[in-house]
Design a protein around this ligand. Structure first.
Ligand SMILES: [Fe+2]
Length: 215
């Protein structure tokens, strides 16, 4: 079940430039891709291509032009923002905006696949391994496993076998970060884990903006 042993997210070296990836539509290129083209190319992927490795390969050949994301970006000093760019029955694409020091709590992805890219800045991703979990009492014990740093050259795929992690724009990075997230299929609730209390709960997820408009 685990797509790759020992790691909850994958970081692989970038492909050589241009053309060889064989993605549908021939959109593969190491040159920055406008978000509209990115969406148009991904929309041509059938469900059979929404595998961990194939969407990761898509991200590696479609580094997104940060300027093209401008309509979807917004910042909030209290919390990172979740901005919906595009949604189909098969996947949703979000841009998350992180001020330095902002973080996402330890969470899972409701059993869905997840891929991430960071067109601007850096983010730290800490994975957790489940030592003990009791669905009746919602008691859990997690332990840290791998940690990765994401940056504009290192898109990642969450390992379905170890899907729990947190995400931090570490204060020492000293700059804003923008991350793109592909979830397949879309989900609107996930589990959030409180390591200190040894408990977890289901939480609803909200968008800050949809197609560039505040809710
Ligand atoms: Fe996540």
């Amino acid at each position: 079940m685990r797509a790759r042993e020992g790691s909850g997210v994958r970081s692989e070296p970038p492909l050589p430039p241009a053309g060889g990836e064989g993605g549908l539509g021939g959109g593969g290129s190491s040159r920055p891709t406008g978000i509209d083209r990115f969406v148009a190319d991904l929309d041509r992927y059938p469900e059979s291509r929404f595998t961990v490795s194939q969407v990761l390969a898509f991200l590696r050949t479609h580094p997104v032009d940060v300027d093209s994301l401008r309509p979807y970006l917004c910042w909030d000093g209290r919390h990172y923002t979740r901005n919906l760019i595009h949604k189909t029955a098969l996947y949703e694409l979000l841009a998350l905006c992180w001020e330095p020091g902002q973080s996402a709590a330890v969470h899972n992805h409701a059993g869905q696949l997840c891929w991430m890219a960071v067109p601007r800045g850096r983010l730290s991703v800490q994975n957790y391994r489940v030592r003990e979990i009791d669905e009746a009492t919602r008691h859990c014990e997690l332990e840290p496993s791998e940690r990765y740093e994401m940056n504009p050259t290192s898109p990642l795929a969450v390992d379905p076998g170890e899907p729990i992690h947190d995400v931090v724009n570490r204060p020492e990075y000293g700059e804003r970060a923008i991350s793109l997230h592909i979830y397949s299929k879309p989900f609107d609730r996930c589990l959030v884990y409180d390591l200190e209390r040894g408990r977890y709960d289901e939480r609803p997820l909200f968008y800050t903006t949809v197609a560039g408009r505040p809710l």
